[in-house]
Design a protein around this ligand. Structure first.
Ligand SMILES: C[S@@+](CC[C@H](N)C(=O)[O-])C[C@H]1O[C@@H](n2cnc3c(N)ncnc32)[C@H](O)[C@@H]1O
Length: 204
């Protein structure tokens, strides 16, 4: 898998203090293993798959994917997340894995580079969903699989999407050109996840 490394503008990612970012990066590793394994199961990963994780944080799910597929690339706008994730990759001697700076709206990867593209708890951070989904269509190979995973939250709460917002996400995924779009609910550890899935379809 090839990638460019344009770090100029990665959407509207908000720059917090270094201390906040470091704390957030560490917190993003706690309890994330079950979510990574759950989405890898749902995606039905094979050794031939090439996985891209949008908004990968410190890369827990990217490392799970790397153990089951040809290669896995995590994309995130946060330098702190990427630095921490690369350190964890080195610690675990994880091969066939790359973490690159970018955003959903500007994925620094070539066309048709992935057979699976997923985003775990990141869609609610995207600054422009239509642009992010257009990038997903571009980066996925024909018949590529899309999985968007979010915690279900109550209206007014942060950190996920409400039921109505998940319905809207499904509509947006269909409007972007994905086919066979559906949603379901999955348990991963103590978390209940909403999963929106779609297929990129065979067209080039
Ligand atoms: C709640 S964390 C989830 C991290 C990881 N996917 C996980 O489940 O452990 C959300 C991530 O989305 C990233 N993010 C923020 N804005 C983004 C954007 N526009 N495109 C892609 N990722 C974004 C953040 O930097 C952060 O790492």
């Amino acid at each position: 898998m090839t990638q460019s490394n344009n770090s100029s503008d990665h959407g509207a990612y908000h720059q917090h203090s270094a201390l906040f970012n470091a704390f957030f990066a560490i917190s993003m590793t706690v309890g994330r293993g079950p979510v990574g394994r759950c989405v890898a199961d749902l995606a039905g990963l094979t050794p031939d798959d090439q996985v891209v994780d949008i908004g990968c944080g410190p890369g827990t799910a990217v490392r799970v994917a790397a153990g089951r597929c040809a290669n896995a690339t995590g994309v995130d706008p946060s330098p702190t997340m990427l630095r921490f994730g690369r350190w964890l990759n080195a610690l675990g001697r994880t091969r066939n894995v790359a973490l690159v700076q970018g955003s959903a709206e500007r994925i620094p990867l070539p066309d048709h580079d992935a057979t699976v593209l997923w985003a775990l708890s990141s869609v609610h951070h995207w600054s422009n969903r239509a642009d992010g989904l257009a990038e997903a269509v571009r980066v996925l190979a024909p018949n590529g699989r899309l999985l968007l995973v979010e915690r279900l939250v109550k209206p007014g709460a942060h950190g996920g999407l409400t039921g109505d917002q998940v319905d809207q996400l499904m509509s947006d995924v269909e409007a972007a050109g994905f086919t066979d779009v559906y949603r379901d609910t999955q348990s991963a550890g103590r978390r209940v996840l909403n999963v929106v899935r779609g297929s990129r379809g065979p067209a080039n």
